[in-house]
Every structure is written in C-alpha cells, then in structure tokens.
Write a protein that binds this ligand. Structure first.
Ligand SMILES: Cc1cc2nc3c(=O)[nH]c(=O)nc-3n(C[C@H](O)[C@H](O)[C@H](O)COP(=O)(O)OP(=O)(O)OC[C@H]3O[C@@H](n4cnc5c(N)ncnc54)[C@H](O)[C@@H]3O)c2cc1C
Length: 424
C-alpha cells in the first residue's frame, strides 16, 4: 500500500516512522526543514552563538506517556526544567511570584499576601482539574472564574493574565476559551495525594533534538522537503490524487497532519472542508530578544514571566545566555510590550481553543474511520500538545493497519485523565 503523509511536524513524522516498516510511505513537507512547530533559531552575540527553542519546550512526563515512551525507544535524554512563574506589572513589580527553593524566594511564603495568593492559585488549579476529570470543555474561562470562591482582584491581576499570556489572547478574548484549557498545564502539575508531584521536563539540547533523531530513523520511507501539497482529491478505486509543487501522484491512503486551516484548503471534499473550517486560528509572533520586557528585581524574576498590561498579558521566558548577555523569548501576539531590538522571530498561526473545537475534533475522528483520508496533528486531540501530536501519529498508523515491532514496543501507554487521547 502506498501512503502519503502531509506535513513533517511531530505528528506526521511519528506516523511516517511507524508506517514505514509495513508500507511504502512518502512524507511531503512544505518547509525546507522537518519539525513543524518545533523551530529553533541560532543567534550570534558577543562572539558566541546560542540555539533558541521557539516552539514546544515544556513536557509533562506523567501525562505525556506515549511521548516519553517514544523518547525512551529513541534513547533521547530529557532533563528537569524550571516551571517557576512570576506575574509582573509593566513597571517590573510582581503581583505574584511562585516560591522556589532559593532561600529568598522561600521567604515569600512568610508574607501573608503571598501565602494567601498561593492558596487562591491552588483553588483555581484544583477546580480546573475537576473540569478536566469530568471532560467538561464547554465551560468558558469567563463563567468558570465567576463561579469560583476566589477574590476578584486575584482573578483580574494574576489568573486571567496567566491564561491570557499562555494563549496570546487579550483578557476579553480569553474569556471565551474553554476553561479546562485555561491553566491546563499548570493544573496537570498540581501536587495531589494520588498524583504526587510532577516536574516539567525538556529534551536535552532542545526539543529539535528528538525531531532530528526521529528524522534520522526514516530509512525506507521518504521525506520530500520544500514540497507543498496543493490538493488532495479522492479518485476511483478508493485512491487519492496528491498534487504538489513537484508534480502529482496517486496514493492508496493519505494522512493529513498539516494544520486544520491548511487542510481545509487542500482537501477536495465539501464534508471535510466544513468540519475543518470549524478550527479557528489567529496570527501569532514569537520574538527572541536581549533586553527583558520589563526590569524586574532579582526576587521577582522567574524562568517564565507573565507581563500583565491593561488589556492583555504576554509570556516571556529565559532562553539562555551568550556573550555574557541574557536572552529571552517572548510571545508578542497581543502586547503590551514590544521588545527592541528583536534578534530573530517567527510568525505563524495558532489554534484558538474555543469550546466549539472539541465538537469539531469529535467529528474529525468520526470521519477518520471512513474513506482513504486520515487526519493527524496535535489539533485533533485536546489542547495542541506534543502528547496529542505523537498520539495522533500513532493512531493514524494503527488505523491504517500498521503492525510492527515499534508499535508492539510502544504498547498502549496509559494516560491520566485521557490527556492526549480522545477523552477531552
Ligand atoms: C509557540 C508554541 C509553543 C508551544 N509549546 C508547547 C509546549 O511547551 N508543550 C507542548 O506539549 N506543546 C507545545 N506547543 C504545541 C505544538 O503545536 C505541538 O506540541 C506539536 O509540535 C504540533 O505538531 P503537529 O505535527 O501536530 O503540527 P505542526 O508542528 O504544525 O506540523 C504541521 C506541518 O505540516 C506542514 N504543512 C502545512 N501545510 C502543508 C502543505 N500544504 N504541504 C506540506 N506540508 C504542509 C507544516 O510546514 C508543518 O511542518 C507549542 C506550540 C507553539 C506554536
């Protein structure tokens, strides 16, 4: 069987890797590099260079069970990364800073306001986790925070800015987002008696390292770079015609792992187009810069900083140092601060996690079971995570009948709360 995979992000590349022992697989990638959202830029500063990760960085081992299983098969090492977070105002003051093992930061707990704030955050995360456990994706952030027994000031000054910064949306727009997605990653790290503590991890050397290793394992399959697919058209005999920038070919099956708004343009099927158009997106920008967005005092600074403005907040993370200078990476989609000068940047479109996408995801999974066109991609399951990406790639390989040593070794990694699978 000849199979085409459209897109070489984490999902498409995982599908290609798992399909190649059984089938004749060709992966088409519009860009000149594999990896999709797993992007990095190398910047030069003071005679030194630094490779900065732009896309997925934070990985949660207790929830990313399939992904960590793949990393173990590929022998890709991971390391603990800081999950510490501060919420800063535009002058660098800190309405909120999570404590750490640094003695000065632990001192924060002796401050009554800070201790109370931690309890408020814990309440919000525990309530978020309840939404996740009962697969409630229809409650919006706006309705959720109104129902909580937490002071309005804490919601306005801390919780909503964090959600706004995580999504790159204004405070107004983040109100429409599904509340179970709002502080999802923080909620999954909430220590509980049954779950214990979870620390975020990152791939040693950057997330692109695992993509490079995965890419090196594509041996009998082929990856065509700089080869954009324009149209996918069902033809007679249940086959599919794939038209791309280097010609056209007929395949028995096609896995579309490109973003849904692109998939909607290329599939030549009205029913599929209608469902794919239900996934909204918005333009986003990530910038690498040298000057911090705001000058916060040493005790207020964290690895991840949320800068809260009047109408929106933005996320800025410490990316490393080169030439004696600290380098930051910020999402500057909705302001309020625009770093100057920008050393490198990346423009892309981001999925808008409205409650309606959960229904669209269900429809896509139903349509996946018929015809010769299958959909993969982080957007097909829960909230656009790396776990969802690799699980969708595994799902496509299994649905197409792949049966090999890699899939046996992978087994069926269980996921708490169904994260990355089909439950929410
Ligand atoms: C800034 C940012 C930060 C993130 N941080 C995290 C994080 O910390 N943790 C986490 O778990 N997740 C994070 N994510 C989510 C991330 O999107 C997923 O983890 C995952 O990388 C998505 O993989 P994918 O294969 O589904 O999609 P993509 O990576 O979007 O891959 C789609 C591929 O299809 C290709 N393509 C599109 N159209 C065509 C066409 N017509 N022809 C051929 N090829 C085409 C694209 O070029 C691309 O390579 C982040 C995402 C972003 C953008």
């Amino acid at each position: 069987m000849r199979i085409a995979v459209i897109g070489s992000g984490a999902s498409g590349l995982t599908a290609t890797w798992l399909l190649q022992p059984n089938f004749d697989v060709t992966c088409f990638e519009a860009s000149t590099e594999i990896g999709g959202n797993v992007q990095s830029r190398t910047i030069q500063i003071g005679g030194e260079s630094l490779k900065v990760q732009l896309g997925p960085t934070y990985l949660l081992p207790k929830d990313y069970t399939a992904f960590f299983e793949i990393l173990s098969i590929l022998k890709v090492p991971t390391e603990k990364i800081s999950m510490q977070l501060s919420v800063l105002d535009e002058e660098g003051g800190a309405p909120f800073a999570s404590p750490s093992l640094r003695p000065l930061r632990l001192g924060l707990l002796s401050n009554m306001t800070t201790a109370k704030d931690l309890i408020h955050l814990r309440t919000i995360l525990a309530e978020s986790l309840k939404l996740i456990k009962r697969s409630d994706s229809s409650t919006t952030w706006r309705d959720f925070v109104t129902s909580l027994d937490v002071p309005k000031e804490f919601i306005a000054n801390v919780a909503t800015p964090i959600a706004s910064a995580f999504f790159g949306l204004s405070y107004q727009d983040v109100g429409d987002v599904s509340a179970s997605f709002g502080l999802l990653y923080m909620a999954l790290c909430l220590p509980t008696l049954t779950n214990g503590i979870q620390f975020g991890r990152g791939v040693v050397g950057g997330t692109h390292r695992w993509i490079e290793v995965l890419g090196s394992k594509i041996k009998t399959g082929t990856v065509h770079l700089d080869c954009e697919v324009y149209r996918i058209k069902p033809v007679s005999g249940d086959k599919v015609l794939v038209e791309h920038s280097q010609g056209q070919e007929v395949f028995d099956r096609v896995v579309v792992s490109a973003q849904p708004w692109i998939a909607a343009e290329i599939v030549d099927d009205e029913e599929l187009k209608k469902v794919l158009r239900q996934f909204p997106s918005f333009p986003a920008e990530i910038a690498i810069h040298q000057e911090p967005l705001v000058n916060a005092g040493k005790n207020n600074r964290s690895h991840a900083m949320v800068v809260a403005g009047k109408d929106s907040a933005q996320l800025s993370t410490y990316a490393g140092s080169a030439g004696g200078e600290k380098i930051y990476r910020s999402w500057i989609t909705s302001g309020p601060k625009f770093p100057e000068p920008i050393l490198a940047n990346h423009f892309y479109r981001h999925l808008l996690p409205l409650p309606a996408i959960v229904n669209a995801q269900k429809q896509i999974r139903t349509l996946n079971r018929k015809g010769s066109i299958y959909f993969a991609g982080a957007w097909t399951h829960d909230l656009d995570s790396h776990e969802a990406a690799v699980r969708s790639g595994i799902g496509a390989a299994r649905a197409l009948g792949a049966n090999n040593h890699l899939l046996s070794e992978l087994g069926d990694p269980k996921s708490r709360y169904g994260f990355g699978t089909t439950r929410f």
